[in-house]
Design a protein around this ligand. Structure first.
Ligand code: SAM
Length: 298
């Protein structure tokens, strides 16, 4: 169960999509003064070194965030505001430029939150949980942030609804085991029951697996039945076809695409994402199958 380590994947195209959507959502939610609680049910280690061993081994950031910093396909125009904002946050962690440090969702969120907001972080992997706690301790954020070495699927709802009745739940599991897909649905379903006006954001991989295809469809049904609005964004960077190696074996091409599904998204989000996704599709394309989708409903 614990073979997944996010450090291998930090800054890849999926992180770019997820974190760009996270920042745009938080920016909107933080326009109101009332305190916001962010619950990150699968937090990871919090901060990653892109020049470190893990990231260096997989090189996934090279086809993700690093392409945005020195694009092989330059943009004809300025970055769209949501993409520019993502790059600005990245720069805050790398004031000298580049992206040696890649902030995960806990650090991106903490960076944007105000003193009266709260952040609840769940991370079950013993090593990542210890690293996350140590990274967070450096911030001296006191009672604003709680790091819980607990099952995020089972425990995240205990913070819903928060006293201020304003919350964002980010659910970003590793989907290492098939049951993760069902557990995401259970978590979002239970959260909506407890707190119907919260904002719920789910990241998922688009891979040839029935559960992965069913997940956004079932989230859409859940939102529609509950009378809630939803937004579904996907980004594809390459074909999902099996590759044939020099020896004639076949191998999977690595993650070709991923999606973000939000329930009760900011009403401004679709208009912000449209031009940013158009640019990401161009900048992160690995073959002619690159593309994006952006739908809303409810
Ligand atoms: N949200 C992070 C970010 O954007 O930087 C990345 C999270 S990573 C995709 C998923 C994390 O969930 C891994 O660090 C994994 O150890 C952790 N994990 C797996 N099962 C979990 C569970 N049941 N509860 C909490 N964390 C879990």
């Amino acid at each position: 169960m614990f073979s997944y380590r996010h450090a291998f994947h930090a800054g890849n195209h999926a992180d770019v999509l997820k974190h760009l959507v996270l920042i745009a959502t938080l920016d909107y939610m933080l326009e109101k003064d009332a305190a916001l609680t962010v619950v990150d049910s699968h937090a990871g280690a919090g901060l990653y070194r892109l020049d470190g061993d893990y990231a260096g081994t997989s090189g996934e950031a090279a086809e993700g965030v690093l392409r945005l910093l020195s694009p092989t396909v330059p943009l004809a125009v300025e970055p769209a505001p949501a993409l520019a904002r993502y790059l600005e946050v990245l720069k805050d962690f790398n004031p000298k430029g580049g992206a040696k440090i890649y902030p995960g969702s806990p650090f991106i969120t903490q960076h944007l939150l105000r003193d009266h907001d709260k952040l609840k972080l769940f991370e079950l992997h013993p090593t990542d949980s210890r690293t996350l706690a140590a990274n967070i301790a450096q911030l001296e954020a006191g009672r604003q942030i709680a790091v819980l070495s607990e099952d995020g699927f089972g425990s995240a709802t205990k913070f819903l609804p928060p006293p201020s009745r304003r919350a964002l739940l980010l659910c970003d599991p590793s989907y290492e085991i098939k049951s993760d897909y069902g557990r995401v649905l259970d978590l979002v379903g239970e959260s909506l029951k407890r707190f119907a006006t919260g904002t719920y954001a789910v990241w998922y991989p688009i891979i040839p697996r029935p559960e992965a295809h069913d997940l956004p469809r079932r989230l859409k049904t859940m939102a529609t039945k509950a009378g809630k609005s939803w937004l579904h964004a996907t980004l594809t960077v390459k074909s999902s076809k099996l590759l044939t190696t020099e020896t004639g074996d076949t191998k999977r091409p690595g993650l070709p695409a991923s999606g973000m599904f939000l329930i009760n998204p900011p009403y401004t989000l679709k208009a912000q994402l449209q031009p940013a996704l158009e640019q990401l599709k161009t900048l992160l394309a690995q073959d002619r199958h690159a593309g994006f989708t952006l739908d809303t409903g409810g």
